[in-house]
Design a protein around this ligand. Sequence first.
Ligand SMILES: Nc1nc2c(ncn2[C@@H]2O[C@H](COP(=O)(O)OP(=O)(O)OP(=O)(O)O)[C@@H](O)[C@H]2O)c(=O)[nH]1
Ligand SMILES: [Mg+2]
Ligand SMILES: [Zn+2]
Ligand SMILES: [Zn+2]
Length: 535
Amino acid sequence: MGYVIGAIAAAIAAYLALWLAVTIIVLFVVPAFLVVLAVCVLGGMGFAPVMAALTLAGAGTWGAGVATPDDVAAGRVRLLGRKKDEPFPPDKAWPGYLVSQWRLDLEQMWRNGQNALNKLLQSLNGFTKDLEMPALWTPLLIFLYGGWFAVVVGALLGAAFLVAVGAVVVVPAWLGTLATMGLVRLVDSQIRRWRKAEGSCHACHWVTRLPAYPCDNCQQLHRDLRPGWLGVLWRTCACGTRLPTTVLRATKRLGPKCPRCGETLRRGAGVLTDIRLPVFGPMSAGKTRLVYAAFVAMRDRLAAAGAALAFEDSGSRAAFDEATQIIASGISTQKTVQGQLPRPITAHVTNGKREAMLHLFDAAGEYFVDREDNTKLEFLDTAQGLVFVVDPFSVPWVADQLTGARTSRLVEAHPAREAPDQVYHVTVRRLTEYGVATAKRRLAIAVVKSDLLLDLPFAAELRAGNTREWLNQAGLDNLVLSAERDFAEVRYFTVASVAEKSIDATSPANPFLWLMNAVGFATGEQPVAPGRGAS
Ligand SMILES: Nc1nc2c(ncn2[C@@H]2O[C@H](COP(=O)(O)OP(=O)(O)OP(=O)(O)O)[C@@H](O)[C@H]2O)c(=O)[nH]1
Ligand SMILES: [Mg+2]
Ligand SMILES: [Zn+2]
Ligand SMILES: [Zn+2]
């Protein structure tokens, strides 16, 4: 009986102990654990901004690495919108915060957080390792590791909150930057497009819509100064100098350079209308004299029309001085040096608010006779129009009629030897082989030396201004046919490359003025209408 009572009492005592234990756990331990967890979560949430602040402040080893101009140039900084196959690496300039630094900082914050929480876990491990571990300690362990886990959860929550706040600030800033960038870039390129602005290199004949600009402090070349991820309105060169973006603004302060050969381009390259007009024809056809006489005539005629023609680089100025002297005195031009690619003579043309750079290219005749040499003339491909110089004295039909007393004219004319139609084909074949759409270009055919021809009976058509008919009559009908088939538009001019006494239909300026107007640059001066020279 006693056993039974003892057993019942023990059962009751066990039950009471269990009840007490459960009560203590439910009433005290669990709430305490929950409070500790809550405190740890809150602590973790507070830990995230502290970590972010330490990283941004860059204190000690907390700071992130800085994205430098070298990283940009080496391609380690991703510039949105940049194509993979661009011929040159990105410019060495400081990337803006929104380009890459934000990412580096974010990554560093993440790493710093991980490190700190790892350290906390390690010290926890160090502490618990040395403890004797009776069963009673187990709740303590649950407390400690549970607390650590709560800190991690809190830190993640805090980080998520920070990222959300950051996104609210950064995304609009990012979109705003993108919109401004696009707008400024569009305005810059559209104005230049309207102007038909390009920069052409007088040394290597490369033509670009985007000149390179050297930093005016360290001379480092910036190949793409358009608004972009390296700066919307301004960018900072690797040396720390602030440089203006947009081609229109950069040109005012920094001298444009050829992106291909590095030569300093002429003033206005890239921002002014660029008109490139080569003359072609065989040796002694009259190309140099035509270019010289045309510049002299154009200067006078544009001045009379209220426009202006100026020569700004020393090479062009010297060439123009020589031209003025030769045309005024009437002496013969020198043969153009063979085997040397020509530098164009460049004039800065102003008509009211409009400005253009006019480049006339005059290569030695040998280049146009020899198929091999012709391949070197890259400037033919980028020209908006061409002037084919026809020496009438090289046409057999003319030579046949210059007999007796008239043979002196042949001596005076220093005639070209090659037949015009053959020379024409050499150049046009080159253009076609290099993929130039001649069907979109204009061709001026200039029959020069007319001062020595117009008084002769067989030049009646030329006198009447029917240059095209005269060419047909002189047996050059194949040339006329081919030219009109090959080019978008062909105009015929009869020219005397001599000093102009008055503006007349044989003015050497006519072919060039026609082409300039056709390209879209109104000079205010129209080539003299047909009636005599042009037809
Ligand atoms: N009277 C007169 N002579 C001209 C005219 N055009 C050219 N000449 C003369 O013809 C000769 C050859 O002219 P250039 O202009 O030097 O010939 P080019 O085509 O430049 O020849 P290369 O330099 O050898 O390719 C020179 O003696 C010129 O003075 C012209 O319209 N009238
Ligand atoms: Mg010449
Ligand atoms: Zn610099
Ligand atoms: Zn160049």
